[in-house]
Write a new protein. Structure first.
Lengths: 242, 331
């Protein structure tokens, strides 16, 4: 319970979460420091998405403690977390299907006070994803998976996040598109946004991560730098199909 | 035959049927234009009153996928409260024009606010605790709330028809009843205002986002609970306005006035495509016109049969309604 490494932007300490009578997280402990890209990797059902939801206040932990920017998040709502600079591109993208690309991006800035700067930020997003500019009047539900992923990330960035949560950005995408998306993640991080990335595609995720945690049935079984984990036999066997 | 081809055949048949109906209307209109114009304005008035109720059904369905059966009784409460206000203030058909006009405006505002509060309270007390329950639970609760409101009204205002002072009278300007003019003058700005609110304001955008994906809306930092409350508030405002107008136009109301009007409004919402605001208004105007025309040309006792046959046909052949959108989500 000590706060020896008080610099951490986000800290999870023995966090447990349940869906009804099923325990999804069995004591997750991890840390994200400012400026890092951190990956959570693991197979289906390991608790990666649940961890994300719990961090973002969409699920309440039953035990343990989550600290964001030095504050216990137990009594902080998702809205406030968004205001405190935590934004998420959720699993399955979840763009607003009947809204246009532009409207979706505007929704990303919903909690911002400085609405006057929204227009110029949308321009920045279009620079980053030229595809979205071409499609700005298109209903989001009619776009391809890759375009929707770009939109979901752009929408999250519209909140001007300090911490960006990305849940399975590679899901269902072609390798070329995945490479594109991950290049942009590195770019976003270089510009100063801390990234917490959840991925099944361990290979790409570890390649860009400063550090990573391997989750298995609700607990952290391994942690290390991206390089260490890429080289680890256990990881190669379990998640890289070798 | 593929499903798409089948839908084309159904749509063509529907269009053919529509043309036939329009043609018959054209013939009867040519025979007796005065009756036709009269029935049309009555139809538009009825439709406008239904539209205000139908919007409440469709908005709530859009956002939490609940058919709020109690909504019709909120409308009835609006008519009862309007009546009570007029009677308590001692305004009658003999009062001066100014007094009548003032009580109509004040009554509308008070009853709209009261119905909005009732609707929000119903959501907080009866539906919110069931947010994560299986869908049948809130549905049955909605029916329960409907009974509670109706019986409450019966307890307070008695089991028989209650008469409402005829403040507007039966005069007409250029062949259009003043009653119809009043209804349109109140309804049109409300509909325009609602559309503007939902498309342009921050809260309106939050409503649309929540309707499309509640989880994603929460992630954007939208207060989903507040947005749902707001939806009930808006629905209540419109139902309140509709209730007062209903009482004024019919100069009578009753504790179970919500039942049939609610069913008609619900039919309108389904006809237009439930969840679709524009659809609800168009559906309501159609139902209003059908009601008026069938009363004049088919026979009053057939009105319900005609309307509910249409409901059944829509549900069978075009379940998404006239303007209902096909799902456009893509993995």
């Amino acid at each position: 319970m000590s706060s020896s490494s008080g610099q951490a932007m986000l800290k999870l300490d023995a966090v447990e979460a349940w869906y009804g009578s099923i325990q999804a997280l069995k004591g997750i402990t991890l840390e994200v420091n400012e400026g890092e890209i951190i990956s959570l990797i693991g197979s289906n059902g390991a608790g990666k998405t649940t961890t994300m939801k719990t961090i973002h206040g969409l699920m309440k932990p039953k035990a343990g403690r989550i600290e964001y920017l030095g504050r216990d998040t137990a009594k902080i709502s998702t809205q406030e977390l968004v205001q405190m600079g935590m934004a998420q591109s959720p699993e399955g993208r979840r763009v607003f299907p009947k809204m246009t690309v532009l409207e979706n991006l505007e929704m990303g800035a919903f909690q911002r006070e400085d609405q006057s700067e929204v227009a110029s930020d949308i321009e920045d997003i279009y620079e980053m994803f030229p595809r979205l500019r071409e499609r700005k009047e298109q209903k989001a539900g009619l776009m391809s998976g890759g375009e929707q992923q770009m939109l979901a990330m752009g929408r999250a960035l519209m909140a001007r996040p300090r911490l960006l949560l990305l849940d399975e950005p590679s899901m269902g995408l072609a390798p070329l598109v995945i490479q594109q998306i991950f290049d942009i993640i590195v770019e976003i991080n270089r510009k100063g946004t801390t990234v917490l990335l959840v991925e099944q595609n361990a290979n790409v995720a570890l390649a860009i991560s400063h550090r990573a945690y391997v989750l298995e049935t609700g607990t952290v079984v391994l942690e290390g730098t991206g390089k260490e984990l890429l080289a680890s036999d256990a990881v190669r066997k379990a998640y890289l199909g070798e | 035959m593929s499903a798409a081809q089948k839908q084309v055949v159904i749509d063509r048949t529907g269009q053919l049927f529509g043309c036939f109906v329009l043609l018959s209307l054209f013939i009867v209109a040519a025979k007796d234009p005065a009756t036709f114009v009269g029935q049309t304005t009555i139809g538009i008035t009825n439709g406008a009153l239904l539209a205000l109720i139908a919007l409440g059904y469709t908005m709530v369905y859009g956002i939490i996928e609940l058919i709020n059966f109690a909504h019709a009784d909120v409308f009835m409460m609006g008519s009862m409260l309007g009546m009570q206000l007029i009677v308590s203030m001692g305004v009658s058909a003999q009062s001066g024009v100014f007094a009548k006009g003032a009580i109509i405006v004040v009554g509308l505002v008070i009853c709209m606010v009261a119905c909005a509060l009732i609707n929000v309270a119903i959501e907080k007390i009866a539906y919110k605790p069931l947010r994560n329950a299986p869908p049948l639970a809130p549905l049955i609760t909605a029916i329960g709330m409907s009974f509670i409101l109706a019986n409450l009204a019966q307890k307070i205002w008695g089991p028989s028809q209650v008469s409402v002072p005829d403040l507007i009278g039966n005069g007409s300007i250029a062949g259009v009843r003043i009653k119809d003019i009043v209804v349109i003058m109140v309804t049109a700005p409300l509909l325009v205002g609602l559309t503007w609110f939902v498309t342009n304001t921050r809260q309106g955008k939050a409503m649309r986002a929540t309707a499309q994906d509640q989880g994603a809306a929460a992630i954007m930092g939208i207060d989903v609970n507040r947005t749902i409350s707001l939806t009930f508030l808006l629905g209540g405002l419109l139902a309140g306005a509709s209730g007062v107008l209903y009482a004024l136009v019919n100069t009578t109301t009753v504790w179970n006035a919500g039942f049939k009007n609610g069913l008609f409004a619900f039919t309108a919402a389904v006809l237009g495509g439930i969840g679709n605001l524009r659809g609800a208004v168009i559906g309501a105007l159609l139902i209003g016109l059908i009601q008026a025309y069938s009363a004049a040309y088919v026979g009053d006792r057939w009105t319900d049969v005609v309307i509910f046959s249409i409901l059944v046909m829509v549900l069978v052949f075009r379940p998404t309604g006239l303007l209902g959108e096909q799902e456009i989500t893509r993995a």
